[in-house]
Design a protein around this ligand. Structure first.
Ligand code: AGP
Length: 609
């Protein structure tokens, strides 16, 4: 969601802010703006639309020139996307940018109105700017005291970058729930919603914790607690390099990230395999500990939740432990039956998804042990959980998740193998065999990536469709949910995934002539049954696209298009079959001329509930 960047140093602040905001574009936004000290006066430029619109405005109005400032990309919550509602927002001496939601803004606004203040926007953010200014005046110009007083009044989630007209060489920052890091370079310092925004300048950063206030200057960053006591914090070093966050010759981040999957799997699983067997000890997971759990819950959102569904099928099949999969926003509010002896696995690429984070906290309060599977180092979910497995996908920039899903399921397999061995559901030989097959999936995926023509052809068949279905049974059904989500989020074509055997209980009535149906049929024990379901839709006019093992050739007339996958263990087929589904979604969106990496209305990291 919203992105924040702040800078103090010797470079041109507007350039640093704009390049940082470009790197945060993937989070999703509908307007952007910056505020820079120009000759000690705060100059604000903001605009509805993309960063290109903001730059165009700067060409007309002039680019603010100075060495300190704050910038923002806004994903609208309170107030429509418009120039007026774009950040930064001001209140007297104070100008700020905000990520999050101020829940009690109405009450605070009433108070400020009663003090004779007026407002220029419909946002909850402007209320915070005005309130800080109110206390700033009351406290005779002490910025940190004004911020602390404001924090005591404000309810909700926030990360804030704040500048004061009286302090032209300082940027102030604070957070609660919404992420914010403080970067430190030579004679310069930064704030950013995530580290990718500042990687081209520095890899050194602090993770700002709730209740901490950062004061940035050219000399570096000082961090204080709410009593204005200086805090010494551990400096982190990003292990992502800048090229990992750039397109590297690919037309889109999504395509690049699809191609990075073999490498991402290797990086994620290799350090967790010892002598041919899974070893998750460095993540806090031992065979003895695993035996404590009688029930597992997987809680996540979107693609991460789909990875959990694949995990459920694999864990239940191999380790014979019941697994519940929940959408985090449902789990939180349905008084879940979770308690001691349960393991709750939270899966999240960003580690900042508000519903997943709250589900984690709730699970802990209910007495369950929590395990986070997270990609972004040091993120809130990573820090809150009892046990932690980092996926090593590197930065995922495209809003549509691909490589993060791949490594999430790779971790679910590894976890299932270890659990099944601990439970004596499989023996060491079988565990070694499965682990070695998992280790070989990158080669299989690389081979699939060599063969993109068929996915391009299939995509060209989909662009005129209004709606389509994905069907499958067992693991193929679990996977088809992800295929369907991928297609709809970037191609804007309606699609649904359905358990193939459930079609005739209602959904088959949707089938009309030439309606595309993507049938995933990689599970050989279910193949005949799935083929019968395919014939049912074919008989009603559907255009069938079949994804199956390469050696399988159905009877003539069963499918209109066929994508053959390498012969491989059925259990691991989701890792292979997801690749053509990702490519079909990608090429369909490209053929339609859509903004593939930044689909409309979507944000990469959903930090509001
Ligand atoms: C998938 O392509 C989406 N971008 C979305 O469903 C995403 O997986 C979901 O918002 C969860 O995000 P997280 O993994 O960062 O928690």
């Amino acid at each position: 969601m919203c992105g924040i960047v702040g800078y103090v140093g010797q470079r041109d602040a507007a350039d640093v802010l704009l390049s940082g905001l470009e790197r945060l574009e993937y989070r999703g936004y509908d307007s952007a703006g910056i505020a820079v000290f120009e000759n000690e006066i705060i100059k604000v430029v903001k605009s509805k639309g993309r960063l290109a619109d903001l730059k165009e405005k700067m060409q007309k109005e002039g680019k603010p020139s100075g060495h300190a400032g704050i910038g923002h990309t806004r994903w609208a919550t309170h107030g429509e996307p418009s120039d007026r509602n774009s950040h930064p927002h001001g209140g007297g001496n104070v100008t700020l940018v905000h990520n999050g939601i101020i829940e009690n803004y109405k009450k605070l606004k009433e108070f400020l109105l009663s003090q004779g203040r007026t407002f220029e926007s419909d946002t909850d953010t402007e209320v915070v700017a005005q309130l800080i200014d109110y206390y700033y005046i009351e406290n005779h110009g002490n910025p940190v005291e004004a911020i602390v007083k404001t924090l005591k009044e404000v309810e909700g989630s926030y990360a804030l970058g704040v500048i004061f007209a009286d302090f032209p060489d300082r940027v102030f920052a604070l957070r609660k729930e919404s992420p914010l890091i403080v970067g430190v370079g030579e004679n310069e310092s930064f704030i950013a919603s995530d580290v990718t925004a500042i990687l081209q300048y520095t890899k050194n950063y602090y993770l700002l914790e709730p209740g901490e206030i950062a004061v940035l200057s050219k000399q570096g960053a000082k961090i204080y607690d709410l009593h204005y006591q200086k805090i010494e914090k551990e400096m982190k070093t990003a292990d992502w390099d800048i090229s990992a966050a750039e397109k590297g010759g690919y037309e889109h981040y999504m395509l690049k990230e699809i191609h990075e999957q073999p490498e991402a799997i290797k990086k994620t699983i290799t350090p967790r395999i010892e002598n041919g067997l899974p070893n998750l000890e460095e993540c806090g997971i031992t065979p003895e500990k695993l035996l404590e759990f009688k029930k597992i819950h997987v809680v996540a959102c979107g693609t991460a939740m789909h990875a959990g569904i694949v995990g459920k099928y694999v864990i239940e099949k191999l380790a014979r432990i019941p697994v519940n999969v929940d959408i985090a926003s449902e789990f939180r509010y349905r008084e879940p039956l979770v308690g001691e002896g349960d393991l709750v696995i939270i899966i999240s690429q960003s580690g900042e998804t508000a519903d997943s984070l709250e589900a984690l906290k709730l699970s802990k309060r209910l007495g369950a042990k929590t395990l986070a599977i997270v990609n972004v180092k040091g993120s809130s979910i990573a820090r809150e959980s009892d046990m932690l497995i980092y996926t090593h996908a590197g930065p995922e920039i495209a809003v549509a998740s691909t490589k993060a899903y791949m490594v999430q399921i790779a971790v679910m397999y590894l976890f299932a193998f270890e659990l099944a061995l601990a439970n004596h559901c499989i023996d060491e030989t079988e565990c070694r065999r499965l682990t070695s097959l998992l280790q070989n999936t990158p080669d299989q995926i690389s081979a699939i990536l060599e063969n993109k023509e068929m996915t391009q052809l299939i995509a060209s068949e989909l662009i005129t469709a209004d709606s389509l279905l994905y069907i499958g049974r067992g693991l193929d059904y679990a996977l088809s949910m992800e295929g369907s989500l991928k297609l709809k989020e970037i191609s804007y074509i309606h699609s649904e995934s359905y358990a193939a055997g459930e079609l005739k209980h209602g959904t088959i009535s949707l089938i009309t002539k030439n309606m595309p149906v993507i049938a995933v049929a990689t599970q050989r024990n279910l193949l005949e049954k799935t083929i019968s379901n395919i014939k049912e839709v074919k008989a009603r006019g559907a255009k069938v696209i079949l994804i199956c093992h390469d050696a399988y050739h159905p009877e003539e007339g069963t499918a209109d298009f066929r994508f053959g996958l390498p012969e491989y263990e059925d259990l691991l087929m989701p890792m292979l079959a997801v690749v053509p589904l990702q490519l079909i979604a990608y090429y369909t969106a490209v053929h339609k001329g859509n903004d593939v990496d930044k689909p409309r209305n979507l944000a990469k990291s959903v930090t509001v509930e």
